[in-house]
Design a protein around this ligand. Structure first.
Ligand SMILES: Cc1cc2nc3c(=O)[nH]c(=O)nc-3n(C[C@H](O)[C@H](O)[C@H](O)COP(=O)(O)O)c2cc1C
Ligand code: SF4
Length: 546
C-alpha cells in the first residue's frame, strides 16, 4: 500500500506536495479543517485516512495544536537548565494556558530559556522584554571557534566558491567520487556510514530520476550545529548537494528543514535564489549538460522525521513511519526512486574535500574517523557554543580548554542526543571526539551535542524525561518501541511520584526488548543512555528499584 502511495505522490512530484499543502492548511488555526483534509484526499487521489493520518502525526498540524500561539522549548538542555517553569509563568501573563504549546528543541541550548513566538525563536533574557506586539527578534550570539577550521572556515565568496563547482562539472563524475572515497568521510548524522559508498550505490542504480536529500531535521536536543551551518554556511551545504547530484545523476536536491529553525529556512532560500540569479541552477548548468534544482520542504515537528526513511515518507505526505530495509533509499527512496540522504554537516564538508583533495582531508583525524567534527556545548559551560575540532581531540580539551569548564557542578553529560550515552564526568578523560573512542567505551558519538546533567538534577528524573521523549516521538510502527517506551515512561514516573519500586528484572527485560526488537535506532537506541545511567549512577538509582 505505502509503495503505491509513493508512486502516487511521485506523480504530483516535488512542486505540488500533499505534505506542504497540509502544512499550509494548518497555518491559520494550527490544524487543517476536516473539509480541507477531505478535499486534499480527493485532489491527491488517496483515502481520507491518509490525509487525517498524516495530519494527526505532526506537532504543528495535529488537532491538539489548534489555537497555540507560543511554544516553550522542552528539550533536554532546557529541562536540565531548569528555567522553563519561570519562562512559562512569564508567558502566562500574556497567554491562556491552552495557547502555550511545546517545541523540542529550538537549538538555543547555549543559553536556554527558549521559546518560539510568531514563527521566531527567542532565548536567554528575551523573555524579560516579551510583549505581544512589536516584539523584535533579538540577535542571538554564541561562540563559534575551531582548532582546525574546515566547516567554520570563512566563506570564500560566491565567485570563488562556485568556480570550484564549475571546474568540478567539467571533470568526470567517477574521478570526483574517487576524491570523496579518498577522504574516507563518514556520515555525521549519527550512523557514521561512509559517504562515498552511499553515493556510489546511488550512482550505480539505473534510473532517470534520482534525488539528493539534505537531512536538516536536526532534532537531537542539545544539537545546533546543523542550524549553524544552514544559517551561516548555506553555500557549503548547497555545494555538497550539487556535487552529490552530479556524481549520482540526480537532478533534484531537497532540503528537509525543521520548522523549529525558521531562520534557517529563510537563509537557505536566499542562498538558492542567489544561485538562480547567477544562472547556476536549472538546465545545462554552465554548459556542462548537468541539470539541477533545489526544493526546501519545511518540516512540521516530529523527531522521527530525522530518520531517513520516515523523512522520505514525510515528503511524500504519508504518515512518517519508518520503512523496513532493504530496499535502501539508494535503491528505492523518495517516490521509490534512488535517493541519497545525507546530514547537513556531511554535505558541508564536500567543499573542502574537493578544494584541497580527499587525501588532505583524510590526514585529519583517527583511523576510522577522518576530518573534523562540530561539537555543541550547552549553557552549563563557561563558554557555550560550537567548536570545530579534529576527530580524535580529547574530550577533556573540549570540556576544559574550549568550553572553559562547567559554571556549576555537573555529574554527567549526555553526548550525541537522546539516543546517545550518558557519560559520567569521571569518564571524560578516557574519551576523544571520534566514533571509535565512544563505541569502545560503551557510548555513542552521534551528532556530538553535549547536554550537561547538573549534580542536583535527579538521574531518575532524567531517565523519565528520556522515556517520555522516546514514547512521544515513537512513530508507532513496531510494538517494542511503541509499547516499550510508553511502559518505560509509566514505570519511571510511578517510581518517582508514588510509593512504587520497579522490578529490576522486568526493567532489564524491557530495555533488552527495546534494544533487540525495535525496527529502527529510535527504540533500539534509547536503552543505551538508560543502561549507562544504571551502571554509573547505581547508588542514586537503587532506591527506585526492588
Ligand atoms: C530516531 C532517529 C533520528 C535521526 N535524526 C537525524 C537527524 O536529525 N539528522 C540526521 O542527519 N540524521 C538523523 N538520523 C540518521 C538518519 O537516519 C541518516 O542515517 C542520516 O541522515 C544519513 O546521513 P549521513 O550519512 O550524512 O549521516 C536519525 C536516525 C534515527 C534513528
Ligand atoms: S523503533 Fe520506534 S520509531 Fe523506530 S520503527 Fe519502531 S516504533 Fe517507529
Amino acid at each position: 500500500m505505502s509503495k503505491n502511495l509513493s508512486e502516487l505522490a511521485g506523480r504530483k512530484g516535488l512542486t505540488n506536495t500533499l505534505f506542504e499543502k497540509i502544512g499550509e492548511a494548518a497555518k491559520e488555526n494550527g490544524t487543517p479543517s476536516a473539509e480541507t483534509l477531505e478535499k486534499l484526499a480527493n485532489e491527491f487521489i488517496i483515502g481520507k485516512a491518509n490525509t487525517f493520518g498524516t495530519t494527526s502525526f505532526y506537532d504543528f498540524t495535529k488537532k491538539e495544536n489548534k489555537g497555540k500561539k507560543v511554544y516553550l522549548c522542552n528539550g533536554s538542555a532546557c529541562v536540565c537548565a531548569g528555567k522553563q517553569d519561570e519562562v512559562k509563568n512569564k508567558l502566562e501573563k500574556h497567554f491562556k494556558p491552552n495557547e502555550i504549546g511545546h517545541m523540542t528543541c529550538i537549538g538555543r541550548c547555549y543559553e536556554n530559556a527558549a521559546f518560539n513566538y510568531n514563527g521566531k525563536n527567542y532565548s536567554g533574557n528575551d523573555i524579560d522584554q516579551f510583549q505581544i506586539s512589536n516584539f523584535k527578534l533579538q540577535i542571538s550570539n554564541y561562540n563559534v571557534k575551531s582548532t582546525t577550521a574546515i566547516l567554520t572556515a570563512p566563506f570564500d565568496g560566491f565567485e570563488k566558491h562556485y568556480s570550484l563547482l564549475k571546474t568540478a562539472l567539467k571533470s568526470n563524475a567517477s574521478d570526483l567520487l574517487n576524491e570523496i572515497k579518498k577522504s574516507n568521510i563518514r556520515g555525521r548524522g549519527g550512523a557514521g556510514f561512509p559517504m562515498a559508498l552511499k553515493w556510489e550505490a546511488c550512482k550505480n542504480e539505473k534510473n532517470d530520476t534520482k534525488f539528493i536529500i539534505c537531512n536538516a531535521d536536526e532534532g537531537d536536543p542539545g544539537a545546533y550545529s546543523d542550524r549553524y551551518l544552514l544559517e551561516n554556511r548555506p553555500h557549503s551545504v548547497l555545494f555538497g548537494m550539487m556535487i552529490a547530484g552530479f556524481i549520482t545523476g540526480a537532478e533534484w536536491g531537497v532540503l528537509y528543514i525543521r520548522a523549529e529553525y525558521p531562520e534557517a529556512v529563510e537563509v537557505v532560500q536566499k542562498a538558492i535564489d542567489e544561485l538562480r540569479n547567477h544562472h547556476l541552477l536549472g538546465k545545462d548548468i554552465d554548459n556542462s549538460g548537468f541539470n539541477f534544482d533545489f526544493k526546501i520542504i519545511k518540516a512540521q515537528g516530529a523527531y522521527i522525521c530525522g530518520e531517513e526513511t520516515a523523512l522520505i515518507n514525510s515528503i511524500e505526505g504519508q504518515r512518517p513511519e519508518v520503512r523496513t530495509r532493504p530496499p535502501f533509499p539508494t535503491q528505492q527512496g523518495l517516490f521509490n526512486k534512488p535517493t541519497v540522504v545525507n546530514n547537513v554537516e556531511t554535505l558541508a564538508a564536500v567543499y573542502s574535500i574537493l578544494k584541497n583533495g580527499g587525501e588532505t582531508y583524510a590526514k585529519l583525524g583517527t583511523g576510522k574517523s577522518k576530518g573534523t567534527k562540530l561539537v555543541c556545548l550547552d549553557s552549563f559551560f563557561n563558554h557555550p557554543g560550537i567548536y570545530e575540532v579534529e576527530m580524535g581531540t580529547p574530550l577533556l580539551k573540549v570540556v576544559n580548554d574550549l568550553g572553559g569548564g562547567f559554571k556549576t557542578p555537573v555529574k554527567a553529560m549526555q553526548i550525541g542526543g537522546p539516543l546517545g550515552g550518558i557519560v559520567p564526568v569521571e569518564k571524560i578523560k578516557n574519551l576523544s571526539i571520534d566514533f571509535e573512542s565512544f563505541a569502545q567505551n560503551g557510548f555513542l558519538l552521534g551528532h556530538a551535542s553535549i547536554v550537561c546533567i547538573p549534580t542536583n538534577f535527579s538521574m531518575m528524573r532524567y531517565i523519565e524525561h528520556l522515556f517520555e521523549f522516546a514514547s512521544y516521538e515513537s512513530c508507532g510502527k513496531c510494538f517494542p518501541c511503541r509499547l516499550g517506551t510508553q511502559r518505560g515512561h509509566e514505570l519511571t514516573s510511578k517510581a518517582i511520584n508514588e510509593n512504587y519500586k520497579i522490578d529490576c528484572e522486568l526493567f532489564n527485560d524491557l530495555l533488552n526488548t527495546l534494544q533487540q526488537g525495535s525496527l529502527c535506532a529510535h527504540g533500539g537506541g534509547i536503552p543505551l543512555p538508560i543502561k549507562n545511567a544504571l551502571q554509573y549512577f547505581n547508588d542514586e538509582l537503587k532506591p527506585y528499584f526492588s
